[in-house]
Design a protein around this ligand. Structure first.
Ligand code: ZN
Length: 554
């Protein structure tokens, strides 16, 4: 579909195309019927008319745009800029129509009770423009068509008007290995577990089934964090952020034909460059991203069968028997999908949730027990959160707040979290409300999801990936003595400073950017380590916000 839209961008309407344009209804409706995604006749009609309308609107906008009419005020005026199109990115290969159809994967029928935004009620009628809902407050009309139009226009907006982010090619290396200016590595082996859709409260909350993890937090062997992801809260872009330290923008995802490929520097590459071998089991997104042959051993599971909440995880766990005995890997990555599948099919209050927590908790306990030497680090993280209804893709605080735990007996000496630099609390108004709603006795620190990257690289004595915008997690920094603390901070600061130099336009001094570069330069003379840390926090914030304009909701 987009092919035609793009074609219209470049040429004027000619009769044959016009005929195609105005007979869209039939092919679309037969396409929808054939996909069998939607079985209800009403719904087929609804989706068809909405699609036709949206496509026409997109074409009209594109034509006007290419004739030189500035469409930005129109789009902004409709309040579209803040709209998230994450859902359409679920499968990047899908074109606009199928992305659009994702919305209707769980179509509703007459008499179903549905919820949309703040409205909940029984469906008592549907026509091409509205879904008629009977709510306790009376009868309301949900303007489906407007909603579809909004999605269509926001797609254009992201596609046509937002700047593409520059990312640096190549891989970081240490300048001079003979006299390494980086802190001594603390760990040599890593187990990195992603539990898909692990929202912060699933681990931290008093109702959580992660009993072993909570005991370890209490005894000081585990460090708990609320880790904030950026939208789109969809697995593939989140993995990219978790490995590169850089948040892909919507455009990076939409415009890249081969969006799955991991094309720039990331910590997996840094581990490989240091001759460390990696094994992987779980969500096959990783295998698509890194390609065949990247992992020493691997097996993928698929997120396609959402109803499967058991086998999909067993197929990961069964490899542990062998891999925990194998001594030939340095990094083991596991990505579990079962919890996400439960949320999608039954919502977060499903009876299967706590048993799934316990299953994951047992796996963590087993790995921790088997690898209980001081040189192994175990990290457990969500890739994104999830709404209570079991959706993700957008930018609600429930979708952004993920759980993150670092486990090792070495953390014991840090003692309980006292200062907990929670300077991120002010980042969003709803964060505080959300965290207060979690009933938890755990003292966690709030970090950005991308902070994992420089933290891991520093802990393992590796260069930090070139496009990283994250900072070493302050609490983990406190594992080092003062000399190494300074080295760690400088390593992180230099890398971010190089990124600013290379990718952001800083030439119009004075500007915030120049001031920041000046501050980074003066760090060498700064006596207080806390001051250096403050500058790193500032620099990290500056880079991640300026490179992320396309994907945040303001
Ligand atoms: Zn996910």
């Amino acid at each position: 579909m987009i092919f035609y839209v793009r074609a219209f961008n470049r040429c004027s309407l000619i009769p044959s195309q016009r005929r195609y344009l105005f007979s869209l209804k039939k092919p679309i409706s037969s396409f929808i019927t054939r996909t069998r995604l939607i079985k209800d006749d009403h719904m087929v009609q609804l989706v068809t008319s909405s699609t036709v309308f949206t496509v026409k609107a997109i074409i009209a906008m594109s034509v006007l745009g290419s004739l030189g009419v500035d469409m930005r005020p129109v789009i902004t005026g409709l309040g579209i800029t803040g709209f998230t199109v994450g859902f359409a990115l679920k499968d990047i290969g899908a074109n606009f129509v199928s992305g659009f159809l994702l919305l209707f994967q769980k179509p509703f029928k007459m008499n179903d009770v549905i919820k949309s935004g703040s409205y909940q009620g029984k469906v008592i009628g549907m026509d091409v423009k509205y879904v008629h809902l009977q709510t306790p407050e009376g009868r309301i009309l949900l303007p489906i068509l407007l909603y579809c139009l909004k999605i269509g226009l926001s797609y254009i907006f992201f596609y046509e008007f937002l700047p593409e982010k520059q990312s640096l090619n190549g891989y970081s290396t240490f300048a001079d290995e003979s006299e390494p200016n980086h802190p001594k590595p603390i760990f040599s082996r890593l187990v990195f577990i992603i539990i898909d859709s692990l929202r912060a409260d699933f681990v931290m909350g008093n109702n959580s089934g992660f009993n072993f993890v909570k005991r370890k937090i209490e005894s000081g062997d585990a460090l708990p964090f609320v880790s904030l992801a950026k939208p789109p809260t969809v697995t593939m872009p989140r993995i990219k952020a978790l490995v590169s330290g850089s948040n892909p923008t919507f455009l990076d995802l939409v415009k890249n034909f081969d969006a799955y490929k991991m094309t720039f520097d990331n910590w997996l590459h840094q581990f490989k460059q240091a001759n460390k071998s990696i094994v992987f089991y779980g969500d096959d997104t990783w295998i698509k991203m890194f390609g065949d042959g990247f992992f020493k051993r691997s097996e993928g599971t698929t997120s396609f069968f959402v109803q499967d909440t058991v086998e999909v995880d067993k197929n990961v766990t069964r490899h542990l028997d062998i891999e925990l005995k194998n001594k030939d890997w340095d990094v083991m990555i596991l990505h579990y999908l079962g919890l996400d599948h439960i949320c999608h099919s039954e919502g977060i209050h499903s009876a299967k949730m706590i048993p799934k927590h316990q299953e994951m908790d047992k796996i963590i306990e087993r790995i921790y027990g088997d690898l209980q030497d001081e040189r192994t680090l175990l990290v457990v993280s969500g890739d994104h959160g999830i709404t209570d209804q079991g959706n993700h893709g957008g930018s609600s605080i429930e979708e952004l707040s993920t759980g993150l735990i670092f486990l090792s007996p070495l953390f014991h000496k840090l003692g309980q979290n006292r200062d907990g630099r929670n300077n991120l609390l002010g980042q969003r108004k709803d964060l505080k409300t959300f965290l207060e709603s979690i009933e938890s006795n755990i003292k966690y620190e709030i970090v950005n999801q991308i902070d994992i990257v420089s933290t891991l690289c520093i802990l393992f004595g590796l260069p930090i990936p070139r496009n990283n915008a994250g900072k070493i997690i302050p609490r983990i920094l406190s594992m080092y003595d003062d000399t190494d603390k300074r080295k760690a901070l400088e390593l992180n600061l230099n890398q971010i400073s190089n990124l600013i130099n290379a990718s952001l336009e800083c030439n119009s001094c004075p500007s915030e950017c120049c001031e920041l570069q000046e501050e980074i330069k003066n760090c060498n003379n700064e006596k207080k380590i806390d001051k250096v840390l403050d500058i790193l926090i500032k620099a990290s914030h500056f880079v991640s916000e300026s490179s992320n304009e396309g994907s945040t909701n303001h």
